[in-house]
Design a protein around this ligand. Structure first.
Ligand code: FES
Ligand code: FES
Length: 156
């Protein structure tokens, strides 16, 4: 039976009436037309679908939309302030930390969550914090550099 879920997405209150078990990713992409979060493995193994829920990273492909009821969701579309990119977005651009870009929204949101918890991470903490986000283009060195650069920017 469908239920109505009320959630805030990128600062905007939204309601959707749907199967409560439907993945949050499907609702974001298909109902709310926010296609930044990507579908890849569909089973919680790659991080392409990562979004923030009340500031914490969740894998939206394995998160039933009912769990988002009353929560605040941030997708890649909600990170920039107008024309001003989030420091993590800036750092990814400056380091060229993307090739095909398919993993990038999930990488950036995972980095945001990491840096909110650990503003001055060691390289080991960056690797551990980004563990679970897979880049099929193997851009890990530049991604790690971007997270380090973003941390510096955010501490300034
Ligand atoms: S698509 Fe969600 S973790 Fe891979
Ligand atoms: S840039 Fe292609 S999957 Fe990461």
């Amino acid at each position: 039976m469908d239920v109505t879920v009320a959630l805030t997405v990128n600062g905007v209150e939204r309601t959707v009436t749907t199967d409560p078990q439907r993945p949050l990713l499907d609702v974001l992409r298909e109902d709310l037309h926010l296609t930044g979060a990507k579908y890849a493995c569909g089973e919680g193994r790659c991080g392409a679908c990562a979004v923030l829920m009340d500031g914490r990273r969740v894998l939206s492909c394995v998160t039933p939309v009912s769990l988002a009821d009353g929560k605040s969701i941030t997708t890649i579309e909600g990170l920039a302030q107008g024309d001003r990119l989030h420091p993590v977005q800036e750092a990814f651009l400056e380091e060229g930390a993307m090739q095909c870009g398919y993993c990038t929204p999930g990488m950036i949101l995972s980095a945001v969550a990491l840096l909110q918890q650990t503003p001055n991470p060691t390289d080991e903490e960056i690797v551990a914090g980004m563990n679970g986000n897979i880049c099929r283009c193997n851009g890990y060195v530049k991604i790690q550099n971007a997270v380090r650069r973003a941390a510096e920017k955010m501490r300034r």
